[in-house]
Ligand binder design. Structure first.
Ligand SMILES: [Zn+2]
Length: 258
């Protein structure tokens, strides 16, 4: 169920694998994507299973990801969940208290609320979890190549620095690696050190690109950890949009611990 679930002094981060869920092929089996074509009831059951295993007592919050650079601020105010200062609306089954899928379009989520899991979906894109030394906040960022070249990494750190945050700790989750990430025409949008040309295609190292952009923007970056597995190479453990097109989505969660 978890590819990695680490509790590091105040922050729980979870990167799911595709095993241990209820969905059938081609979404087998731990699919968290609602817009994939999978049976909604199976997806809901997957959230329930994950919440139980992780011990969450609040719903997992996600937003509508659109490969852009929007940031959503999530908080709990007097027991109600708010996204961007409005009471949450969206796909939420009141009988299933395990998740809220907000209609707000955002590819990065931010919270300072303890025990409130926030997450981003991926199937090849790079999930990035950011926190600080004090674990005073957590941010989950969906880094697809479009969002990255449009500046979601820079925008996220400017947002954090405007809030007075410092001493950043970054975790890069499993994503498609350079071995499999071929772009025909967009190689020139990346730093030259992130691109290898082969057979008139560009092979992009998205993690290298994100690392560079983190280092260039974050004033005091303490560390960047990397869970280094290629989602496209490993069909056993990972969904891959590139490889399979119709497939499931992983969820990648950051949750501040009380
Ligand atoms: Zn690969």
């Amino acid at each position: 169920m978890f590819f990695s679930a680490e509790n590091t002094g105040g922050l729980l981060n979870i990167f799911t694998n595709r095993k241990g869920g209820k969905s059938s092929a081609p979404f087998n089996s731990l699919n968290f994507g609602f817009a994939t074509g999978d049976d909604l009831q199976n997806v809901e059951e997957n959230y329930r299973l994950l919440s139980k295993k992780a011990g969450f007592n609040k719903p997992i919050i996600t937003c509508k990801q659109v490969h852009k650079t929007g940031i959503a601020e999530v908080q709990e105010v007097h027991g109600a969940i708010e996204v961007n200062n409005g009471t949450v609306s969206g796909l939420f089954n009141p009988l299933n208290k395990n998740y809220i899928y907000s209609r707000i379009k955002a590819d990065a989520l931010y919270t300072e609320t303890k025990n409130l899991p926030i997450g981003v979906y991926t199937a090849d894109c790079l999930p990035v979890i950011v926190s600080d030394k004090k674990k005073s906040f957590v941010m989950a960022i969906h880094c697809g190549w479009r969002g990255v070249v449009d500046g979601i990494v820079e925008k996220s750190f400017v947002f954090l620095q405007n809030k007075g945050k410092t001493d950043f700790e970054v975790i890069l989750g499993p994503a498609i690696n350079q071995c499999c990430f071929e772009l025909k025409h967009e190689g020139n949008l990346f730093d030259p050190s992130s691109v290898k040309e082969r057979n008139s295609s560009s092979y992009v190292n998205l993690k290298n690109e994100v690392r560079l952009r983190c280092s260039n923007t974050a004033k005091d970056l303490i560390k960047i950890d990397d869970i280094d597995h290629c989602t496209c190479c490993n069909k056993e453990l990972f969904f891959s949009y590139r490889r399979d097109k119709t497939t499931g989505r992983h969820i990648n969660i950051g949750c501040l611990q009380a």
